[in-house]
Ligand binder design. Sequence first.
Ligand code: FAD
Ligand code: DHB
Length: 394
Amino acid sequence: MARTQVAIIGAGPSGLLLSQLLHQHGVDSVVLERRSREYVAGRIRAGVLEQGTVDLLVQANAGERMLNERLVHDGFALGFAGKSFRVDLRGLTGNAVSVYGQTEVTKDLMETRIAAGARLIFEAHDVSVEGFDRAHPTVHYSHGGRTHTLTCDFIAGCDGYHGVCRQSIPTEAMQSFERIYPFGWLGILADVPPPAHELIYSNHERGFALCSMRSVHRSRYYVQCGLDEKLEAWPDVRIWDELRRRLPASVADAVVTGPSVEKSIAPLRSFVVEPLKFGRLFLVGDAGHIVPPTGAKGLNLAAADVRVLYRALAEYYRTGREELIDGYSAQCLRRIWKAVRFSWWFTSITHKFSEDPFSRRMQLAELDYLTGSSAALTSVAENYVGLPFENPPI
Ligand code: FAD
Ligand code: DHB
């Protein structure tokens, strides 16, 4: 029977980053991923990294290409009432964010892990986890037509919202909190230059729109859409038209259109499960919490969980002490709830929830207040760039 110290389920950003940081601290892991390497590397998702995430990727030896290719953004814009207002992140916080796609982060982490001789098992099917209330949990899976069992000291559930780890925990042992929003985001990726140097989050009476990017040649746009919308109903030309209608005129005029490289629809949800540790099983990243993408916190929160967990496990293997392991859930949840609050609030002021004229006036008043108050702007900026960490890196 195969053995490792930490069995990591899922080779998304959380699983790969955790595996690499553990390796750097002499802790052995095996990563089991149900999809193929190409599928995981090709998935288009987040695009904005907090400095804390950038620092962790550099520390993990997976930051070289990112530091060369990222776009550093010192601000972003809020569009509303036909105008665009810049939030000066650097001026308000001394910090900035980096635009670098999750796809690239994942590729960099895979390369770093493979170069370090990692045991990464793609297309591992029927993964099941058991015995995490005992000293040596086990993981069963099938691969290449054969069934396998892996024993370990700990299991890290880095398997995303639909993963098997959270579902293996008895429901009475956890509490979940959820808010489902009555809309989704329709995303389009195209090889066209973005309309401005920085991102624009636009509130419009037809619904929210976001202009983002992956590089100076590749744009990523999102428009708020109904939950029951089908991609077939959105040929590129309809997305471009709808996007432009929802942007301030000066920005709309600068949008360059072109054929889509990728299109997708994602529902919006806030979700947290408590606690994030059950015996020797940890939930990490999307496996334990989801935020609506407004504010770009999902991937950054996942990295923040990893930052807490690798330190706790490294400390355990170095000294045998369990305090950090036992504190994992409480420490992560403090940051998670603040990011849930920020993403929920940012969603609430930028999206169309109803036709109610009072709600619309409230949104516009909030945006008007925000953009006229340095106190309110500082609050937005410090959340957007990422709240400080409780502990320095080890
Ligand atoms: P994931 O990236 O979900 O990785 C989990 C991995 O586990 C996957 O590779 C999956 O295949 C694997 N897995 C699942 N089940 C099993 C199993 N049973 N056995 C083995 N492996 C399994 N965040 C932003 O900040 N901005 C965005 O624009 C944005 N857009 C998003 C769009 C979509 C469609 C989704 C789903 C998420 C988006 N997010 C966005 C959130 C962000 O991408 C996530 O927060 C981030 O991917 C979390 O990383 P993770 O490693 O925790 O989970
Ligand atoms: C992107 C996604 C976000 O949710 C966000 O707030 C900013 C950028 C993106 O995919 O580029």
